[in-house]
Design a protein around this ligand. Sequence first.
Ligand SMILES: NC(=O)c1ccc[n+]([C@@H]2O[C@H](COP(=O)([O-])OP(=O)(O)OC[C@H]3O[C@@H](n4cnc5c(N)ncnc54)[C@H](O)[C@@H]3O)[C@@H](O)[C@H]2O)c1
Ligand SMILES: [Zn+2]
Ligand SMILES: [Zn+2]
Length: 381
Amino acid sequence: MSSDDVVTIPDTMRAAVLRDHATGLSLETIRTPRPQAGEVLVKVAACGLCHSDLHVIGGAIAFPLPAVLGHEVTGTIVELGPGTEHTGLALGQQVAGAFLMPCGQCPACSAGRDELCGPFFDLNRLKGQLYDGTTRLAGLDGEPIAMYSMGGLAQYAVIPATSVAPVPESIDLVPAAILGCAAMTGYGAVRRGADLRFGETVAVVATGGVGTNIVQIARAFGASQVIAIDVSDDKLAPMLDYGATAVVNSSTQDARQEVLRLTGGKGVDVSFEALGIPATWTTALDVLADGGRMVPIGLGAGVQTAGVEINRTVRRSQSILGSYGARTRQDLPAVVGLAAQGVINYRDVVSRRLPLAEAAAGYEALRNREIQGRAVVDMSL
Ligand SMILES: NC(=O)c1ccc[n+]([C@@H]2O[C@H](COP(=O)([O-])OP(=O)(O)OC[C@H]3O[C@@H](n4cnc5c(N)ncnc54)[C@H](O)[C@@H]3O)[C@@H](O)[C@H]2O)c1
Ligand SMILES: [Zn+2]
Ligand SMILES: [Zn+2]
């Protein structure tokens, strides 16, 4: 990119805006956001379509409207806000942006627990704002528009400098959009939630965009067995290529019996749950060994509960270890590094590329379970 391109930031941009749940996303021209202190402006190259956005689009998870969704992006830094001098970030730098955007200042952030950042939940997840209590997005008439994470389904996005990681030139920027949520969440689940050890046995229940990444990262971290479980043969078919040692279709097979058979009657040391419905919790707990860890990462559609068999959990000393995202400042650069080394196969996970104008159709396909791996919006289309 030449320095001329870097400084030319248009006053307006195209964004997929959610105004009401019945209408869904529509393409609008809104004001281009500008970074404040500690923030960068990224010209978005691509933004992945994650199941979490579906909960917001459908209204199952409350979020202020109007809003711009989209929370896993890659792009190029085109402006640096004040107070970013020591970040090592530079104009023209290619970056990946993480959905979980730590403020960097609260007690949780100070303890390195980015995933527990108070202002992220209180201001961004509840109010669609950044950490000065305002949103960077506005309509042409100045009407504020909420940002879900950075509001990545737009040509430009303001992201806290804490939440971007440089991406080497060797990385293919469009499919790399999945690094900031699907891959980082998979890494967080394996490295932080489960603290997986070499040789342990693993099951992954629901092998969509996030589950696929858990499969490959668990294998890379030394799992001796990775059993992929889903209700769709289409979703399961490529899992062996990502490192699964067996696949089980829980709609046609008894998942517990199959996993016991595959593990010498023991069950798995770690089961990951990657959908967030009672049925997948049941499966994940059913396949767990004595002393095992169940790591749920799927989000429920609003307030939801799942059944846990009390005595089995107690007598078998099983643990349930929720895992949200990862420790962005430490883990996003690690995820980018694993992708650059070829350990995380991010390219093949992306099965569909859409123009921004077709984002709504992309989410509809995701809702209808038609998307293998991930679909991403490619801003160049
Ligand atoms: N904890 C986090 O940090 C975090 C981050 C991102 C996404 N999420 C959540 O993770 C979940 C998965 O997101 P995604 O984008 O991978 O979704 P996705 O739509 O890509 O995948 C869902 C998968 O579930 C499978 N499935 C459906 N019913 C099933 C059942 N009964 N048993 C087993 N498999 C079943 C589908 O076939 C599909 O493969 C969502 O709840 C999302 O909100 C959580
Ligand atoms: Zn996501
Ligand atoms: Zn914080």
